[in-house]
Design a protein around this ligand. Structure first.
Ligand code: CUK
Ligand code: CUA
Length: 647
């Protein structure tokens, strides 16, 4: 078959269009395929994902950047990287945490127990939802290492808030949203005494605790309101991933745990190490939390206060059945509510099954008061079989589950390095298994954890890439792999190495749901408030004001100059730059950098930035624009003169 015939057979040529000669196409397809060792399946995969220059992606992947502290924005199906969003780490391109207004978030709000942090460990991005569907307005991410939650505004893909958990020293089961984004959930991982207290390991069972924090989200303000947030105290069971109910199960959240053995409490006693100690029991506990009930009990004054956070005590949560347990197979990891809200899929790292719990059964058992036992903290435990819809044999090391629009669940299998497609209602034999490279963690299908998954695409987020890429030394990238799930047979169609560590979960949203700003208007908007800044100026109003040792510089930027372009101060002066981009056209971004002051500001069209520093070193300091903004970009520069004392 000739190359052109192959193109026709693949349905690539448009009807009525003249076929060009191979030569005009710049080569013979068949010859290229042979030379590069490509099969027809490869060509089909390329045709499904190749996105010609100028064509836009249909979906956007918002992926955790793990301990890089960033979020990755990736086009799907092209797998083109669109942006890195600075969240818990400084990001010089966005001018975040680099001397400008973003410092107040990263180094101000972001302080945990008074400490400045320059990184975080992002695990679970979640999108804001309206009636269980992504609305494209906000994203929330958690920091496992320092128990924080960040709010990212999807109008401009910028971090707008960080809240720090005043109870926990590590958190994992977040940032999960409830179906109308009333709350953003953050759940502990490693148990510690709540609020940062000291207690020796011998007091593990009595003093160490977990907690589920329900951060109240104020949609109108686009911010979390800590004063209206609350927590539920949990036993020290090493809580893990969580998910929120929807429809019938709205008002509940579900949280895994993997150390009901409380093996962590025996770490100092020559007992088994944590990984074997925490795997002794056949069952751990799925936590069922009725947060609507918790909310009313807190409103009735049943909470205690720890570090300013209202906490519903464990004994109250147990007695009122705010917290109920269901046994779940050995060392579970994934916890995913089905799109219709009727089932909760749990997969255990050391169990070959996916277990599906039936919410209506859980609710009936709790309402009837039909419990199988009570745990040492007085929490009622349901009977495993009575709460179960059923189980499906998935493979070795099943982890996370996502969903499509045709009743399929897709579970990642870490040890087998597979994605398994199965039916979460019928629970019959798995339908298809596809190999991925290698050791998959999370996976996400298009809008797969919303009430209305789209099907079509699934991203496998693999922990290891081993032989997939040209070696870059001992530290290898992780491997994102795009799988076409639109047909009866899943097909792996594209790879993307991720050279930032280490992505966990992601969201995959229809691109047309995102309503981003073209630029800030009118000029002078502080992106962190959305309002015109007090220090913003229009052309003609630029000036330098001196007040004793304080110098305020009101500056504008527009192609291709800073006004003023020379600034004279005395050694020891406190200088505040108020910079307004007066550009009002798309993509006309400037930057501001200055020698020695660790300052990098991004000045998108209409953006206002502000930076304060002490001019403590005399000398001449060039400042310049960091974006190649016009033919005269190099000329977009100026000088700061710092006159020596007594000079
Ligand atoms: S965890 Cu990373 S693969 Cu933090 Cu959601 Cu499972
Ligand atoms: Cu402005 Cu370069």
């Amino acid at each position: 078959m000739t190359g052109a015939a192959l193109i026709l057979s693949l349905g690539l040529a448009c009807e009525g269009e003249e076929r060009e000669d191979d030569d005009e196409l710049g080569g013979d397809l068949e010859e290229i395929m042979e030379r590069r060792g490509l099969t027809e399946v490869d060509i089909l995969a390329a045709a499904k994902t190749y996105t010609p220059s100028g064509k836009l992606d249909e979906y956007v992947l918002l992926a955790s950047g793990g301990h890089s502290g960033h979020v990755l924005v990736i086009g799907v199906p092209s797998m083109r990287i669109l942006k890195y969003v600075g969240v818990f780490s400084p990001e010089p391109f966005q001018g975040y945490g680099m001397g400008g207004l973003g410092d107040a978030i990263l180094y101000g709000e972001g302080k945990q127990r008074g400490r400045t942090l320059t990184w975080g460990d992002i695990h679970h991005p979640n999108l804001s939802e309206t009636n269980g569907d992504y609305d494209g307005e906000f994203m929330f991410v958690n920091d496992k290492a320092n128990s924080r939650i960040a709010v990212i505004d999807l109008e401009d893909f910028m971090t707008k808030q960080i809240v720090t958990n005043p109870l926990l020293a590590s958190s994992h089961g977040g940032a999960i949203v409830t179906p109308n984004t009333d709350y953003v959930l953050e759940v502990s991982q490693y148990a510690t005494p709540l609020g940062g207290d000291y207690a020796p390991l011998s007091e593990f069972q009595t003093r160490y605790r977990g907690a589920a924090t329900f951060w109240k989200f104020d949609r109108a303000k686009g911010r979390i309101d800590p004063a209206r947030s609350f927590s539920v105290e949990l036993p020290p069971y090493a809580q893990d991933i969580s998910d929120a109910g929807k429809f019938a199960s709205d008002g509940y959240v579900f949280v895994n745990s993997w150390d009901t053995e409380m093996a962590a409490g025996k770490l100092g006693e020559g007992q088994p190490v944590l990984e074997s100690g925490a795997s002794q029991n056949d069952m751990d506990y799925l936590h069922v939390i009725n947060f609507k009930k918790a909310e009313s009990l807190v409103a009735e004054g049943k909470a205690i206060e720890i570090n300013g956070m209202r906490v519903l005590p464990l004994d109250v949560a147990a007695k009122e059945h705010v917290l109920v347990f269901i046994p779940e197979p050995k060392s579970p990891h994934g916890c995913d509510v089905t799109p219709d809200g009727t089932g909760i899929v749990v997969a255990g790292k050391l169990d070959t099954h996916a277990s599906v719990f039936e919410f209506s059964k859980i609710k009936d058992l709790i309402e009837r008061g039909e419990f199988a036992s009570t745990d040492p903290y007085g929490v009622s435990v349901l009977d495993f079989q009575k709460a179960l819809r059923g189980q499906v044999e998935i493979g070795l090391g099943p982890l996370h589950t996502t969903f499509d629009n045709t009743g399929h669940a897709y579970t990642s299998v870490f040890l087998d390095s597979t994605v398994v497609r199965w039916n979460y209602t019928k629970l019959d034999e798995p339908i298809q298994t596809i190999q991925v490279q290698y050791n998959i963690g999370h996976l996400i299908a298009a809008e797969g954890d919303s009430a209305h998954p789209q099907g079509q695409w699934l991203m496998a987020m693999n922990k290891m890439s081993q032989d997939r890429y040209v070696s870059t030394g001992p530290l290898l990238p992780q491997n994102f792999q795009l799988i076409d799930i639109s047909g009866p047979t899943m097909q792996l169609v594209a790879d993307l190495p991720i050279g930032l560590g280490e992505p966990h979960f992601a969201m995959l949203i229809k691109a047309d749901k995102l309503k981003t700003l073209d630029f800030y208007k009118p000029p002078g908007i502080n992106p962190y408030t959305g309002l015109r800044a007090e220090g913003a100026v229009a052309p003609g109003q630029e000036r330098v004001e001196r007040n004793g040792k304080k110098v305020d510089v009101y500056m504008t930027v527009i192609r291709s100059h800073f006004t003023p372009s020379t600034i004279e101060v005395d050694e020891g002066d406190e200088v505040t730059l108020h910079i307004t981009s007066v550009e009002q056209s798309r993509d006309q971004t400037h930057g501001f950098a200055i020698d020695m002051y660790n300052l990098s500001l991004s000045l998108e069209p209409g953006r206002y930035e502000q930076a304060t520093f002490i001019a403590d070193t005399p000398g001449v300091f060039p400042f310049y624009c960091t974006e190649f903004c016009s033919a005269l970009h190099l000329e977009m520069a100026g000088y700061l003169f710092v006159r020596p004392k007594g000079g």
